[in-house]
Design a protein around this ligand. Sequence first.
Ligand code: FAD
Length: 389
Amino acid sequence: MTVPDYDVAIVGAGIAAARSPRSSLLMPVSFSLTATSRARVVAQINTLPVLTELARRSVAAYTAIPNGFDNVGCLEVVRGADGKNWIQDRVAVARERKLEHSVLTTKEAQSLAPAFVHDDATGAIYYPNDGTANAKTHYRLGQTYTITTSDDAHTARRVVVATGVWAGQLCPCLASRAVAFAHPYAFANRHAPRTRMAPFARFPDAVMYVRDHGDRIGIGSYNHDPVVVRTAATKVLPTAYTPFQPQFTHTMDDAIRLLPPSTAATFAGRVDAQPAELTMLAAGNVPYGFTGVFTITPDGLPLVGRINLGMYAAIGAGSHAAGSMRVLADLIVADIRGEDAPEADEWLRAALDPCRFHPMADVECESHAVDKYKDIWNKKDQAKVLAAL
Ligand SMILES: Cc1cc2nc3c(=O)[nH]c(=O)nc-3n(C[C@H](O)[C@H](O)[C@H](O)COP(=O)(O)OP(=O)(O)OC[C@H]3O[C@@H](n4cnc5c(N)ncnc54)[C@H](O)[C@@H]3O)c2cc1C
C-alpha cells in the first residue's frame, strides 16, 4: 500500500489556511499565491451567537501571536433621531454577550477617531477589545510545509479546501453555498503615520465602514444592490481584488460624503482602478477604488467542517478564522485518532457544518446569501435577540 505524503494538506493560503495549526500548503498547477486576507477588522458584537463566540476565540488566538492583533477598538457611529435606539439595543446585546462597551457622545467619538466622525453624528458606541488581525503574521507562524504541484504531485490523507471565493472551483458542491459578491472599497491618499491608530468605525444606518490601514484610510460600503459573482467568473480571477465597477460609483461617493470634510477630501481625485493598474495604484499615493470579491453563505456563518470522508472545507471565515480553524483542527485530529471531536463544541460544529444547507435548492441558497449581504451586520436578528432578553 502507498503511504500518503501528508496526513493533512490545506489548499489555499488565505487567513483560513494560515490559522490551521501546523498546516501544509498545497498549490495546484496554474495557481499563483494571492491571498485575499490582509489585516481584517474583528468585531465581536454580533447578533448571531456563533459569530460572537468565534470572534472571541479568534481575538484570543490573534492576541497570543506577537503583532498578530492591533487592539484599535470598534466604533459604531449613529446619525439621526433613530441613532439613540440603535445604541440602546446594542448596549442590551453587548451586556447579554458580556462584551465591554461604552456609550460615547459625538465629541468623545470624535476624539477617538477625528477623521471618521462627522459633526452630524448623534452618538456612538465603542467596543475597546475589538481590532484588526494581521493575516500575514499568522501565515508565517502557521506554515510548516510547502508543497507545490506545478511539476510534482503530492498525496495527503486529508484535504482542507480553504480557497476563499474559488471554493466552487475545486468543490462544485460548495458553489451555491459560498456565494461570491462584488464589494466596493476605496483607499484615500496616504497620510503621515499616526502615533495611535483610530478604531475602525461602522455606520449602521448607511451600511458603510471606514478604517485606518496605518498610512491610508480605507472605506467600504454595502449600501447597493448586491452583485453576485458566478463561479465561472471567479475561475478566471487571479486575485479577489478586481477593477472598480462603475455601477458602484454613487455608492462610494455617498459613503465618502458621510465622512468629515477634511477626510472626504483625502479621496478627492479618486481613480477607479482598471485592469493592470491595481498593483501600481496600491503602491502609489493616488486615492483609488476597487471591487473586492468575497463569499457569504446563506446564513452568514462560515462553512467549516467535514464535506466528505477525508475532505474538509474552511470557507468564508474571514476575521473569525482563528476561532473557526481551532474547531476544524480539533475535528480533524479526532478523525485521525478515530475519536469523537470535543463535545463542548458540538453546537459550533453543527452551526458551521458545510453540508448544513442540504437539500436547499441552489437558487434558494443564493437568495438567502443575497439577504445576508444586504443585512451584513445581522440587524434583523437583533430584534429576536432583544425579544429573548
Ligand atoms: C476589500 C475587502 C475587505 C474585507 N474586509 C474584511 C474584514 O474586515 N473582515 C472580514 O472578516 N472579512 C473581510 N473581507 C473578507 C475576507 O477577505 C475573506 O472572508 C477572507 O479573506 C477569506 O479568507 P480565506 O482564507 O477563506 O480566503 P482567501 O484569503 O481568499 O484565500 C484563499 C486562497 O486560496 C488560493 N487558492 C484558490 N484556489 C486555489 C487552488 N485551486 N489551489 C491553490 N490555492 C488556491 C487563493 O490564491 C488564495 O490565496 C474583506 C474582503 C475584501 C475583498
